[in-house]
Design a protein around this ligand. Structure first.
Ligand code: KG4
Length: 338
């Protein structure tokens, strides 16, 4: 008999629902929230309200696209955290209500596990997946981590940011240049036409495998401030070069530690995940590094890099197979590690 799992993701500002059958993705519906654009960042209370508006149509559409009736579901997976508490409460409560109504088990999923396991999203039985152990560079708006993935449930953080995440560095520098939120994709687009060697920004010198992006952010701010003193049109006249140089610096910082981690662990496969793994410089850089080191690179499809329920369903399926079910009195967690 087939195993059908419906998964809900509502940790930040995307309401998403996915359905998988026997580990293969049948649907993945995502409703974004335009309401935050005017504020230059996600407004938690508005996000919770938008999730309330979106969740019923998103879940109905995911079931419709999957061609699976709710009575055929075997479990409900949901993101328990980390994320914005109000947003998580919407998905958590909905998942619990659905599990009670259908009298089926509930599976709580760590959002970061789901990002790491996004390489296991399969649409056909022929889709390949990584072999354990592998390293995952998890880079998003809230995290920059190098994770050793020994199995779907055994992950170790080898290094992580001690201040800002890579996505924050992109977004905060984008704000300095007057680009809309989130700035990462805009910088990526503009960098394609710029000279990456035009500006030099400072890189952190911290030991081990940890990251730091706050010094780069300050160095970027000072370059722009000094440039504007000389020329009020400094940003407009140098926009693509600023973006290209910033992106190159962020990619160099990320790859430097990743290379070190590959050497220290001796892994033969590397994956990337999280919103910043959509970045062209990060994708090309990781591919080139792995080619040089003759190891396998797993670069996700862009639609699976940002928040989506397909990855929650996939992580939930691993737990379903081990019968690791959640409890109805489990609260969501705003903060939780891998
Ligand atoms: O994983 P994610 O969707 O959620 C959070 O952790 O919040 O990541 C969002 C982050 C934002 O900082 C956004 O600017 C960044 O991912 N991002 C990118 C690109 N696409 C999204 N950064 C650089 N280049 C991109 N193409």
């Amino acid at each position: 008999m087939s195993v059908n799992i419906l998964a809900i993701e509502s940790s930040c500002d995307d309401t998403s629902c996915a359905v998988i059958r026997d580990g293969l993705l049948r649907s993945n519906v995502i409703a974004g929230q335009k309401v935050h654009e005017a504020y230059g960042g996600v407004v938690p209370e508005l996000a919770s309200r938008a999730h309330q508006q979106n969740i019923v149509p998103v879940v109905s559409e995911a079931l419709r696209q999957a061609g699976i009736a709710k009575e055929e579901l075997n479990a409900i997976a949901y993101t328990r955290g980390p994320g914005l508490l109000g947003s998580l409460l919407v998905g958590t409560s909905f998942a619990k209500g659905m599990a009670i109504g259908l009298d089926i088990p509930l599976i709580d999923v760590n959002h970061l596990h789901a990002h790491v396991l996004s390489q296991f999203i399969r649409e056909t039985p022929d889709d390949e997946v990584p072999c354990f152990p592998y390293l995952c560079l998890l880079v998003s708006g809230g995290n920059s981590q190098i994770v050793l993935v020994r199995s779907a449930s055994d992950m170790e953080i080898l290094g992580q940011t001690i201040d800002d995440a890579a996505g924050e560095a992109f977004d905060k520098c984008a704000k300095v240049m007057g680009l809309p939120y989130p700035g990462g994709p805009h910088i990526d687009r503009l960098a394609a036409e710029g000279n990456p060697d035009r500006f030099l920004f400072s890189k952190p010198r911290i030991p081990g495998l940890d990251y730091s992006f706050s010094g780069l952010k300050t160095s970027f701010l000072y370059t722009v401030r000094d440039g504007l003193k000389e020329n009020p049109d400094f940003i407009e006249e140098n926009l693509s070069d600023l973006c290209a140089s910033l992106q190159k610096t962020i990619v160099d910082i990320l790859l430097n530690k990743l290379k070190k981690a590959i050497k220290e662990t001796g892994v033969k496969e590397v994956a990337i995940g999280g919103g910043v793994s959509a970045n062209s410089g990060v994708r090309d850089g990781v591919k080139a590094l792995c080619e040089r080191l003759k190891i396998k690179a797993w670069i996700p499809e862009r639609r699976f890099t940002t928040d989506n329920a397909a990855m929650v369903a996939t992580a939930g399926y691993f737990k379903y197979l081990k019968k690791e079910f959640g409890r109805l009195d489990n609260p969501p967690f705003a903060r939780v590690s891998l």
